[in-house]
Write a protein that binds this ligand. Structure first.
Ligand SMILES: CC(C)(COP(=O)(O)OP(=O)(O)OC[C@H]1O[C@@H](n2cnc3c(N)ncnc32)[C@H](O)[C@@H]1OP(=O)(O)O)[C@@H](O)C(=O)NCCC(=O)NCCSC(=O)C[C@H](O)C(=O)O
Ligand SMILES: [Mg+2]
Length: 295
């Protein structure tokens, strides 16, 4: 049986301090919205932003998945942000600058203690040198009983800030780190979302980075502007060609003349049961996207 698939092609950050953007996000075709209380909100606006986040989550964001990025536990706002998350129960709490496996466990314990429903997931931003190095240890906490950890998001801006790397087209300096985080996530069954692309007016550069993120294995991309949604949805969702090929591949492998064969020839190449599994996943993702209100 195929596990339920949640499309996460496009996760749009929306500053909680921006009421107009919160309203607009409701009607945009991103698969998820991340309401941000952290870096997109100036210190003087934190308290008001928290109340706006409360109202937006309570009202709902058009049925799409909603995450709340809280401020860090070591900031003056972190505790109140987490209390808000426990009371309004978004789909996920996005932890910025996740520091260690123990820090990830601690967020889960604190949500438990605050009475957050079990369905509230923990998502972790991997955006420090230490987090990249310890990504596997953090991801493994997802395998512990009652863990809420479900997803990693790459934070390339903070990674660049701390390490000094220059993020240029092609992201050569970041690639080993992206791959390490992706592997850590997959080894423990987590979803993995690629970093934001700051230059929202550069459509060609953004499309190239989406294609690269898809090739690297990410489920989707985090976004900062509505103009980025369509390209991310196209890059991370199966296209009509992918769907047609998946159907043809399954039909070929399961054809009566191939019964009992482990390896089958399909359009000049070898396919095995594992390729059927990949094709079935493609079709399941396509079905899940079709079931969204904003395919
Ligand atoms: C980058 C922006 C500040 C640009 O805003 P603006 O100048 O208002 O853009 P536009 O005039 O082009 O906007 C056109 C309309 O779209 C709406 N809009 C803009 N952005 C969003 C959004 N994110 N969500 C919903 N709606 C949005 C505007 O309101 C306009 O609407 P209308 O009035 O109908 O014309 C702005 O885009 C922005 O604030 N983006 C999000 C910034 C953010 O959240 N940053 C934090 C997350 S990124 C990060 O921290 C990454 C990570 O941690 C790391 O380390 O890498
Ligand atoms: Mg960051």
């Amino acid at each position: 049986m195929t596990a339920t698939i949640r499309p996460r092609r496009s996760l749009l950050f929306v500053p909680a301090s921006n009421v107009r953007a919160l309203e607009k996000a409701r009607g945009l075709p991103s698969d998820a919205v991340i309401i941000d209380l952290e870096d997109a909100v100036a210190p003087a606006a934190k308290e008001a932003a928290r109340e706006q986040a409360r109202a937006a989550i309570a009202q709902g964001l058009g049925g799409r998945e909603v995450a709340l990025r809280v401020n860090g536990a070591d900031t003056p706002w972190g505790a109140d942000d987490l209390a808000l998350a426990a009371s309004v129960a978004p789909d996920a709490v996005l932890v910025p600058k996740a520091a260690s496996a123990e820090a990830v466990r601690d967020i889960g314990r604190r949500l438990d203690a605050l009475g957050a429903p079990a369905r509230v997931q923990v998502w972790a931003m991997i955006e420090t040198a230490r987090a990249v190095l310890d990504a596997d240890a953090m991801a493994r906490t997802a395998l512990e009983p009652a863990s809420r950890l479900a997803l990693f998001v790459i934070g390339a801006n903070d990674l660049a800030r701390e390490t000094g790397v220059r993020v240029r087209a092609g992201r050569a300096a970041l690639l080993p780190w992206l791959q390490q985080v992706l592997l850590a996530a997959r080894a423990s069954g987590l979803a993995a979302i690629d970093s934001v692309y700051n230059d929202f007016s550069d459509t060609a550069g953004f499309a190239a980075e989406c294609a690269q993120g898809r090739d690297l294995g990410f489920d989707g991309k985090s976004l900062i502007h509505p103009a980025q949604i369509a390209a991310a949805n196209a890059a991370f969702g199966p296209g009509a060609d992918d769907i047609a090929e998946a159907r043809a591949l399954i039909a070929a492998f399961t054809a009566p003349e191939n019964a009992g064969k482990g390896a089958v020839s399909f359009e000049g190449r070898m396919i095995e049961d594992l390729h059927v599994a990949i094709a079935r996943r493609t079709l399941a993702l396509a079905d899940a996207i079709a079931a969204l209100h904003h395919p």
